[in-house]
Design a protein around this ligand. Sequence first.
Ligand code: NAD
Length: 477
Amino acid sequence: MTLHANLIDGEWLPGEAVPNINPSNTNDVVGDYARASADDAGRAIAAAKAAFPAWSRSGLLERQSVLRKASDEILARKEEFGRLLSREEGKTLPEGIGETVRAAQIFDFFAGEALRLTGETVPSVRPGIGVEMTREAVGVVGIITPWNFPIAIPAWKIAPALCYGNTVVFKPAELVSGCSWAIVDILHRAGLPQGVLNLVMGKGSVVGQAMLDSPDVDAITFTGSIDTGKRVAAASVEHMRKFQTEMGGKNPLVVLDDAELDTAVECAVNGAFFSTGQRCTASSRLVVTAGIHDRFVEALTGRLKNLVVDDALKQGTHIGPVVDQSQLDQDMEYIEIGRGEGARLVFGGERLNRETPGFYLQPALFTECTSAMRIAREEIFGPVASVIRVKDYDEALAVANDTRFGLSSGICTQSLKHATHFKRNAEAGMVMVNLPTAGVDFHVPFGGRKGSSYGPREQGRYAAEFYTTVKTAYTGM
Ligand code: NAD
């Protein structure tokens, strides 16, 4: 099997081969990927540092052209990459293709942004002086990504980093090296100068840690768990570097008595269970008012019975496997915790056997949950949702906000008054009305509050806040 190598200073460098395993069929090896060492990470950082002065002053058309070519090639190969994504991560094929198209759209957006860099010129308060405010690249950006969006998250970090003139050391999650390698291959062939983009696949505790420990990494953008996010933050403060951490969620979907039942059920099914519930924006808490509670639970359970859990690549599969054994163990453990806490498991929660050996789990729905239970407080990151019954809108809002997280918050209602109040008072970075908590646009800011995010928002034009630094220049005339 071909070894997919790391890219360091423009050279593809082999390393210890790590097989990339298909979670729908553990007998299927997606490919072999080279594991970088801490020394490799050091070389990649040095290469990015050396490449920064020229790239940060490169022509805008050069940056635009590379990003545009990447967008075009990803889009042209969307079926192939969608398949690769589903095979390595376990999202269904339509979800995999959808995420691939999104990655292409992100590169297209930032290809355009490269031509729209602006600054401001203002008069000084002191006569005879001019003031200019411009944005400049930050330097070497370390990019550390999780496994659950193998192509979209790398795209939404790499594209703005390059667009604004930074150089990059990119460490993807080990479980999903395939899509990351493919993006880097495309950008390399699209004409990036050597050292501008470096790929170091490997362990977080080795390669990621080497990036955190290096004084030559000027900024780190991280998406992943809270525990790792805290390490990123602590190490970054130590080095006085810029950092951004996008972390977990425990997102509520509020369903009020006046909600359209079908809409509410579809929002819950999509938000809580699609992509196997492995989304930071997943609706893992369904906060339902008493008047609709029983009808909602009955309709949702009926809908869950008809969902097909099977091989991610099979036509007709609604929910693919869990990503790996350790995530499956975590999901099963939380299902036991929920039972032990007195919640009622009204559907699912069983391991499933399919034609091929994989990590299949029947989506699990708990009712009679309280906001104090661990299953309603801790991020499970699987197809497990808890229904919390509340008496009215005020209690629903209080329960929705009763969490240390604050990524996405949703409400299903036909009341303009409650929808408006919720948009204003939900303690979250993103609010959805009559829509699933997951599923966002690529051209507007993404991110959360409280324990979910730290630092400037990602995506859209707001990305410039992280990937550039502002300079104020005064000129005496
Ligand atoms: P993780 O924290 O285990 O790993 C994330 C990345 O950090 C991986 O590349 C990993 O190798 C690396 N890493 C691990 N230890 C490290 C260390 N010591 N130093 C540097 N890097 C290290 O997270 P995961 O399991 O891959 O992803 C799931 C988590 O990601 C969930 O908590 C989910 O909510 C979160 N997530 C958040 C968002 C968001 O935008 N808020 C989006 C997707 C996923």
